[in-house]
Each structure stands twice: as structure tokens, then as C-alpha cells.
Design a protein around this ligand. Structure first.
Ligand SMILES: [Zn+2]
Length: 190
């Protein structure tokens, strides 16, 4: 995992408030490294990914592995930073924290269905929040010990794309709060 840019951004900011919800980068997601521009890494054409049928998705054991160059070609700069470098969008800046329609939230990297609106709740954090994944095995977790905290990182089990973190302070029925970046999700209204 490459965390250079995220760490660099964080170093410039006080750590205040990091423990409160999702860790929050001090950088504004969209303006970060905008100077990198399009000139970089034009080598690899974006791979053609077969579309995912949300009503008949690939099995939870399905895995999708792409090279870094392929991800760079496929994703926007902001998506790459969050999905592939474990960045975090600023609270209340994403387009899904205040989304209340019924529908499915799929991985912005590979299209894998990850969350459903029935499990979404208003956490007040400014990030889309869910009590559980749409189906067991769609989301995988690992311990994240960055920034002097022990947190549970969560990612798309299919492509490994970083989604956010899971906290033990959610509402019933699970008591879990999946705190997810809007950037990491594509919403498909029912
Ligand atoms: Zn994915």
C-alpha cells in the first residue's frame, strides 16, 4: 500500500478530531495533487471490465486483480487516492452521505454490490454510514494501526478497493458503523 501522499498531507495538519469518526485527511480531496494532471502515466489503457449485474452479482469469492497502472487508467485521481491508497474524503463533501433513496451501493472500483440503503443510517459524521454489508463476504476487513489508533479498515473483498472503517458504535441490529467514503461507492437507485 502506498501512503506517501496521504501521510504528507496529514503531517501538515493537527491530529485533532481524528479519533472521532473516520480519520480525516486535512487535504481537500479534489484539489490534492491536482498538479499531477493527466501527463502522468498515460502508458496503460484502461482495461475493459465486464459490467456487474447487481441482481446477479459475481460470487462473493470472486476476485479481481489489476495492476497499479491499470487502476490509474481506470479511476479518477480522487478515486485512485481513496480506493487504492486508502485516502479519506473530507466529511460532508461526498455526494452520498445525504443520499436517502432506496438502492444499492456498489464498489466504485469494480462494481461489486457492497451496501444497501436499508442498512444506511444518518450517523452525523458526513460520511455514508451502514450497519452492515449487503451480504456476508462482500466486504473484507483488516486492522489499521496508522496514526496511533487501532481501527478496522474495510475494503471491497473482490478488488481490494479501500472503502473506509468499521467502528463499534453503530445502531441496532449490528451495533456496527461502516463509515464509508462516497468516492468509493457508486449508488444505483432501485
Ligand atoms: Zn471492488
Amino acid at each position: 500500500m502506498k501512503r506517501r501522499s496521504f501521510l504528507a498531507g496529514l503531517a501538515a495538519a493537527p491530529l485533532v478530531g481524528l479519533g472521532a469518526a473516520c480519520a480525516q485527511s486535512s487535504r481537500s480531496g479534489s484539489s490534492a495533487s491536482a498538479s499531477g494532471g493527466e501527463g502522468q502515466g498515460a502508458a496503460s489503457p484502461a482495461p475493459e471490465l465486464p459490467p456487474v449485474d447487481l441482481d446477479d452479482p459475481p460470487p462473493v469469492t470472486d476476485r479481481l486483480e489489476l495492476s497499479e497502472a491499470e487502476w490509474r487508467a481506470l479511476l479518477t485521481e480522487e478515486e485512485f487516492e481513496v480506493l487504492r491508497e486508502e485516502g479519506t474524503e473530507r466529511a460532508f463533501t461526498g455526494d452520498l452521505w445525504d443520499e436517502h433513496r432506496e438502492g444499492t451501493y456498489a464498489c466504485a472500483g469494480c462494481g461489486n454490490p457492497l451496501y444497501h440503503s436499508r442498512d444506511k443510517f444518518d450517523s452525523g459524521t458526513g460520511w455514508p454510514s451502514f450497519t452492515r454489508p449487503i451480504e456476508k463476504g462482500r466486504i473484507a476487513t483488516e486492522v489499521d494501526r496508522r496514526y496511533g489508533m487501532v481501527r478496522v479498515e474495510c475494503h471491497c473483498a473482490r478488488c481490494g478497493g479501500h472503502q473506509g472503517h468499521v467502528f463499534p458504535d453503530g445502531p441496532p441490529p449490528t451495533g456496527k458503523r461502516h463509515c464509508i467514503n462516497s468516492v468509493s461507492l457508486d449508488f444505483h437507485p432501485a
